[in-house]
Design a protein around this ligand. Structure first.
Ligand SMILES: Nc1nc2c(ncn2[C@@H]2O[C@H](COP(=O)(O)OP(=O)(O)OP(=O)(O)O)[C@@H](O)[C@H]2O)c(=O)[nH]1
Ligand SMILES: [Mg+2]
Ligand SMILES: [Zn+2]
Length: 319
């Protein structure tokens, strides 16, 4: 954590404690523990109306939130007070550095990097990968690609050439096998001391990978269907876990196909970051880069400066 971020955090904490005190004064209806003062905490997970909050001392407290407070999610910093029955009430939500939303639903907050996990089974799809990249670009979050189950591939050269196009435009890619322990140690070193949010289709191995990275966890994992090769939506709650040596990993449930984001044309275009250098050079200002004359994006495609698979996926998403 940089010094400025820590200073900002300190400032926000003082401010939020002030809010919490005034809230307490204004509300005598809840039986707050009279000896308990407001403390800061980290949201570990939310389930329905409940939040699991970790205090600065490392205690886990089951909380509900005051009604006037915005929804908080895993990774949020909050102010809470304990009640007589050892539960807690969240009285303030601290400002976020950032957050990830999908289909207008808040998933997690205060994230350093997204880890998009894909696999050989269920087999990765370019348009799905590009959708995640669009979401990350539009919310200004760095994203890394993790290709898991590579021991199942009988054409690793093809896999590497498929992902080389992402590396070429600046996305880090890791090739892994949780089953045969390929690439885990290298990835582990890259993740230390940061907060990573794991995303990706059900069954690709997000929870299996987090179990490898934090061995004492033992998260529930589930076989994928032998017939459809699809995952069974095993993880149901977005939850934050601490890495003992520093940093946090947030596991999330695989998104169902019909929950994919509705992306606007503008979001789609700004999600293809390698198009940026060309979009202002088209003949028409409102060029959609589909079949307009003198389109700089199409010229770049023909000149080999934009990958045909990326352009194809742009067309699929935009129409
Ligand atoms: N062959 C192979 N299977 C793996 C590997 N990693 C994980 N699996 C298996 O993939 C299946 C799904 O793994 P999970 O970790 O439950 O997948 P998930 O991404 O967390 O899925 P959801 O929680 O449903 O989103 C399990 O049977 C794992 O044992 C791997 O490297 N190779
Ligand atoms: Mg899971
Ligand atoms: Zn154009």
């Amino acid at each position: 954590m940089s010094l400025t971020r820590r200073q900002k955090w300190r400032f926000e904490k003082i401010q939020a404690e002030r809010i919490a005190r005034s809230n307490k004064a204004a509300d005598n209806s809840q039986d707050l523990d009279s000896n308990a003062s407001a403390q800061t905490g980290l949201v570990i997970t939310r389930y329905g109306q409940h939040l699991l909050v970790e205090s600065n001392l490392g205690n886990l407290v089951q909380c509900t939130a005051r009604r006037n407070i915005d929804l908080s999610v895993a990774g949020d910093q909050v102010i809470f007070q304990t009640t007589d029955n050892n539960k807690g009430i969240v009285t303030a939500l601290l400002d976020r550095d950032n957050s990830l939303k999908r289909s207008n639903k808040l998933i997690a907050a205060n994230i350093d990097e997204l880890c998009l996990v894909v696999a050989i089974e269920p087999h990765y799809q370019f348009d799905l990968i590009d959708r995640y990249l669009i979401v990350a670009e539009n919310q200004n979050l760095p994203i890394r690609l993790i290709v898991n189950k590579i021991e199942l591939s009988n054409n690793i050269k093809q896999v590497k050439s498929d992902f080389a196009m992402y590396e070429a435009i600046g996305y880090p890619v890791s090739y892994l096998s949780v089953r045969t322990q390929i690439g885990i140690a290298v990835l582990q070193a890259q993740l230390n001391n940061k907060t990573q949010l794991f995303l990706g289709q059900s069954g690709v191995g997000k929870s299996s990978l987090i179990n490898q990275l934090i061995p004492e966890l033992n998260l529930r994992v589930n076989e994928i269907s032998t017939k459809s090769k699809l995952g069974k939506h095993t993880t149901t709650n977005t939850t934050l876990y601490h890495i003992p040596s520093g940093g946090d990993l947030i596991d999330s449930p695989g998104v169902r196909e019909f929950h994919l984001d509705n992306l606007s044309d503008k979001e789609i275009l700004s999600g293809f970051k390698e198009f940026k250098a060309f979009v202002n050079q088209c003949k028409f200002r409102n060029c959609a880069h589909i079949n307009e004359p003198n389109c700089a994006v199409k010229n770049a495609l023909e000149a080999g400066n934009i990958h045909p698979k990326r352009y194809a996926s742009y067309l699929t998403l935009i129409t």
